[in-house]
Design a protein around this ligand. Sequence first.
Ligand code: NAP
Ligand code: GCO
Length: 270
Amino acid sequence: MSTAGECASLFSLEGRTALVTGACYGIGFAIAKALAGAGAKIAFNARHEDAVSRAVADYAAIGIDAFGVVADVTSEEDAGRLVETVTEKLGHVDILVNNAGIIKRIPMHEMSAEEFREVVDIDLVGPFIMSKAVIPSMIERGGGKIINICSMMSEFGRETVSAYASAKGGLKMLTRNIASEYGGYNIQCNGIGPGYIATPQTAPLRERQPNGDRHPFDAFIVSKTPAGRWGTPEDLEGAAVFLASRASDFVNGQILYVDGGIAAYIGKQP
Ligand code: NAP
Ligand code: GCO
C-alpha cells in the first residue's frame, strides 16, 4: 500500500510536457490548467493567431506559462511543425490530449457530404494525425500518454448529430486501436467521455427562449442527468490528471465517462 507521499507522486506530472489541442477555452483550457497544476509544462494550439495570443494571456492570468502555436489538427504539415516546435521549446511531448473538435447540428438528410466530412476531418482524422505525429518520439523515449476527448455520442445517437456521433464513435475505436497497436511500447491511449458540459460548443443548447423559458434541451439534459446539472469543464480535471499520470500506467484502451450518471440512467417517468 502506498504512503500518502507515494500516492501523491502517482499523480505528479512534474517534468512532463503536455500538448492539448484546441485549448484556448472550454474543456481543453480546463484540462491544460489541471495538467499544469500537476506539474506539466503546457503547450496548446488553435487555428488562429488572435485566439492563441488571447489564450496565452488567459493562461498567464492564472499563473500558467503556456506555449501556444497556430496549427490546424487536420493538416499533417501543421501537426509535424507543431510537435517539432513544442519539442524544441518544452521538450518531447509526453502527454497528448486530442481535444480540438467541432459539431454541426443538422438533420442528416439536409447535411451535405462536405459538412459531414468537415466534422469527421477535425474530430477523427485530426486525432489520428496528431497521434501519428507524437508516437515515434514516444516509442523512442520508452512511452507516453494519449488522451482522446470522446463524447456521449461515442455511445449514443440523437437527432441532427450524425457526423459528430460517427466521428466520436470512431474516436472511441481509434483509442482502442492505438492502445492495442502501441501498448507494447508503454504508450497508454485512453479516452475521456464528457457528459453535457457548459462550454461555447453547447451554448446554443442552453440559450433562453424568447419568452425567457429555459431551452427545452437544457431542461431535458438536466432531467436526464442524475447529478441534476450540466457538467463544467472543471469536472473533467481529475480524470485528465489520472489518465496523464503514472496512476493509469496499466489502464489502456478505456473510455472514462465523466457524465454525472447520464449514461446509466433510463430517465424519470414523465
Ligand atoms: P469548444 O468550446 O467549441 O472548443 C473547441 C476548441 O477546438 C476551440 O478552441 C477550437 O478553436 C478548437 N478547434 C476546432 N477545430 C480545430 C482545428 N481544426 N484545429 C485546431 N483547433 C481546432 O468545444 P468544447 O465544448 O470545449 O469541447 C472540446 C472537446 O470536447 C471537443 O472535442 C468536443 O467534441 C468534446 N466534447 C464536448 C462536450 C460538451 O458538452 N461541451 C461533451 C463531450 C465532448 P478554434 O475554433 O478557435 O480554432
Ligand atoms: C449535442 C451536444 C453533445 C455534447 C457532447 C455530449 O448537440 O448533443 O453538443 O454532443 O457536445 O458531445 O457528450
